[in-house]
Design a protein. Structure first.
Length: 168
C-alpha cells in the first residue's frame, strides 16, 4: 500500500496544481466572487482545504497538541490571501508531505490519533493520507460547482486523468 498511497498523494498535489493553473485562466474576480453555495467562494474552499492539509500533516507528525488552535491560526493566516500566494503554500505543504512520507519506513503502520470531537482511533498512516486525498477530491468538486455557478468552466481533476498523464 505504501507505494500506492504515495501515488494517491501525488494525484492530490497534481489536482490542486491543475486547479490553480485553471484559475489563472479565468477572470480575476472568479476566485473571490461570492455565491450561494456550501462555501461562499472558491477562495473559501481552497483556504479550508489548505488548512485541513496543514491539520492532517500536523497529526501525522505528532508535533501539535492544540489542533483547534492550529486550525484557527492557519485559517487566519490564509484568509483573504491571493490565489497565487495560497498556491505557494499548497506547493510547500505538498513538499512537506513528500518529505514526511519519504522518512517513514512503513506507511501502513498503525497510529493512534485523537480528534477533538470524535475521540481516539487507531488507523494506518496511509489511511490518514488517503483521507487527505479524498477530502481534496470532495472540495475540488465544490470549486467546480462554484465556478459553474459563476458561468465559468471547471477543470478535469479526476484521478483517471492523472493516471493518463502518468502512464500514457
Amino acid at each position: 500500500m505504501s507505494h500506492e498511497i504515495i501515488r494517491q498523494f501525488e494525484y492530490h498535489a497534481w489536482a490542486n496544481n491543475r486547479l490553480f493553473e485553471h484559475l489563472r485562466q479565468l477572470p480575476e474576480g472568479a476566485y473571490a466572487a461570492e455565491v450561494q453555495s456550501v462555501f461562499p467562494s472558491v477562495a473559501a474552499v481552497l483556504e479550508h482545504l489548505y488548512v485541513r492539509d496543514e491539520l492532517w500533516l500536523a497529526v501525522l507528525l505528532g508535533e501539535e497538541t492544540d489542533l483547534i488552535g492550529l486550525v484557527n491560526r492557519k485559517a487566519e493566516e490564509v484568509k483573504g490571501m491571493t490565489a497565487a500566494s495560497l498556491e505557494e503554500r499548497y506547493n510547500r505543504i505538498a513538499d512537506r508531505f513528500r518529505t514526511y512520507m519519504a522518512g517513514v519506513e512503513d506507511l501502513d503502520k498503525l497510529t493512534t490519533i485523537t480528534h477533538p470531537r470524535f475521540g481516539s482511533m487507531t488507523a494506518p498512516l496511509s489511511g490518514i493520507i488517503q483521507h487527505v486525498v479524498n477530502h481534496g477530491t470532495y472540495h475540488r468538486g465544490n470549486v467546480a460547482a462554484i465556478l459553474r455557478q459563476q458561468g465559468h468552466p471547471g477543470v478535469a481533476t479526476d484521478y483517471i486523468f492523472f493516471l493518463y498523464g502518468q502512464y500514457n
